[in-house]
Write a protein that binds this ligand. Structure first.
Ligand code: FES
Ligand code: FES
Length: 160
């Protein structure tokens, strides 16, 4: 049986892409396998862990739960797009400084969720941060340093 394929276009971290994909291809697999952007992790494949979080037109989505064809025409941002001209984004610096990670598996998703939160709220409360990351699971840190990292990133961004 031949699988239906579709021509789709999307921008990923500012770069335009045109791809022919199977109907069933998930966005996370397109990013990791077709585009080799392996910073987006797969932790569960069942919409639980948030390791696969990317931004779709600015909104955080779990890319294991989005079909590639649903992203046709969209702007996608992944963790690889945070660094600009060799300089880490403030949210990356903050995770580094505040030790917001241990194994690092959840970190790309945490940073993309934090990035989206700070894009809409420059001064989130601790509760706002904890609510924002409630769909992102971390098995290592106990979350405290992740919350501190996002608070620190908010401060850095306010000073820019
Ligand atoms: S891999 Fe997508 S939510 Fe876990
Ligand atoms: S740092 Fe290990 S899962 Fe979060």
């Amino acid at each position: 049986m031949t699988m239906a394929t579709h021509e789709i276009r999307m921008t990923v971290n500012g770069a335009p892409h045109q791809l022919r994909v199977e109907s069933r291809l998930l966005l996370v697999h397109l990013l990791r396998e077709n585009l080799r952007l392996t910073g987006t992790h797969i932790g569960c494949d069942t919409t639980h862990c948030g390791a696969c979080t990317v931004l779709l037109d600015g909104e955080p989505v779990k890319s294991c739960t989005v079909l590639a064809v649903q992203a046709d025409g969209a702007e996608i941002a992944t963790v690889e797009g945070l660094e600009q001209n060799g300089k880490l984004h403030p949210i990356q610096e903050a995770f580094w400084d505040k030790h917001g990670l241990q194994c690092g598996y959840c970190t790309p998703g945490m940073m993309m969720t934090g990035y989206a939160l700070l894009a809409r709220d420059k001064q989130p409360s601790e509760t706002d941060i904890r609510e924002a990351i409630s769909g992102n699971l971390c098995r290592c840190t106990g979350y405290s340093n992740i919350v501190k990292a996002i608070q620190s990133a908010a401060e850095r961004l306010r000073q820019q």
